[in-house]
Ligand binder design. Structure first.
Ligand SMILES: Nc1ncnc2c1ncn2[C@@H]1O[C@H](COP(=O)(O)OP(=O)(O)OP(=O)(O)O)[C@@H](O)[C@H]1O
Ligand SMILES: [Mg+2]
Length: 270
């Protein structure tokens, strides 16, 4: 549905006003501080990074979504016009990340006027857009020229969803940030972390590295949830499935490149 003439007029007025008096640009660290957040040292490093691909392998509640939301809001406000997308395993989680961006935008005093502001999208007078994506592969197609793609809870995003999102960055050369706790030795998140090569900048933050998580609380938590969950959620360890019959290294050791297979699909006969 197209916008009414009055809404379009207001958009034009906001865009002209923005061009006449854009806000003084801030760095991402300054955006965090101006929104009331004192970034931890690792968060500051992330905000200052200019890497095109970032992986944040971080413990629960360490602040990975918060700092990614700062990156997103900074890009929308001060690297305009930019298209910023939040992707997660579910629409609810994407919306949560988007809400963190809105909180930061409001805490800054909305330095660029909003032209459209809904539960899922913020469009600014400087031409930037920030969008919380749904989780269906078919539903996310259609976006192009993406400047920043944030994949929250990346270890739980289905492979097909990730693979269909990546091409959105192909023309724009936009940034990609994967942020997550681990979820087993499988999937693209584990692959990019362990074998993704030098094109990724990797940050690992366990609960012990987070100043807001107390040592006493971690001792209690380990006793309550057990070592397996504790290692995954708080120590950033890619654990084998709890009910797995064979260890991954035993399965890997069972394969060989030197023995010809007894049978193979047609066309692949040795
Ligand atoms: N530098 C900081 N200073 C103070 N509070 C912070 C900082 N970074 C994050 N927080 C707070 O810590 C809490 C957890 O942050 P956040 O939701 O970003 O963590 P997370 O790693 O994404 O957690 P989860 O794994 O549960 O999704 C929030 O209340 C957030 O406001
Ligand atoms: Mg989070």
């Amino acid at each position: 549905m197209s916008a009414s003439p009055l809404v379009r007029l207001q958009r034009d007025i906001d865009a002209i006003a923005h061009r006449a008096a854009p806000p003084a640009p801030l760095t991402a660290v300054a955006v965090a501080q101006a929104s009331g957040l004192a970034p931890d040292e690792w968060q500051r490093t992330v905000l200052e990074s200019d890497a095109r691909q970032l992986i944040l392998l971080c413990a629960r509640q360490s602040g990975k979504s918060t700092i990614s939301a700062v990156l997103a809001t900074h890009a929308a406000l001060y690297q305009a016009p930019s298209l910023v997308l939040c992707l997660s395993p579910s629409q609810r989680q994407s919306t949560e990340l988007f809400r963190k961006c809105l909180d930061i935008y409001r805490a800054l005093g909305e330095p660029v006027a909003a032209i459209v502001q809904t539960r899922l999208e913020l469009e600014l007078a400087n031409g930037s857009r920030l969008v919380a994506l749904p989780s269906g592969e078919a539903k996310i197609r259609g976006f192009s020229g993406v400047d920043l793609l944030l994949c929250d809870e990346a270890s739980r995003i289905p492979e097909a969803l990730y693979q269909s999102a990546r091409p959105m960055l192909s023309i724009s050369g936009g940034r990609l940030v994967l942020l997550s706790t681990p979820f087993g030795k499988r999937g693209f998140f584990h692959h990019e972390w362990t074998e993704g090569g030098a094109s990724w900048e990797r940050t690992k933050i366990t609960a012990h590295d987070c100043p807001r998580i107390s040592a006493d609380w971690l001792v209690q938590e380990r006793a309550t949830i057990g070592q397996w969950w504790f290692s995954q959620e708080y120590l950033c360890s890619f654990e084998e499935a709890e009910d797995q019959l064979f260890h991954d290294h035993d399965i890997d050791a069972a394969f060989s490149d030197t023995i010809a297979p007894l049978w193979a699909p047609e066309g692949l006969q040795p």
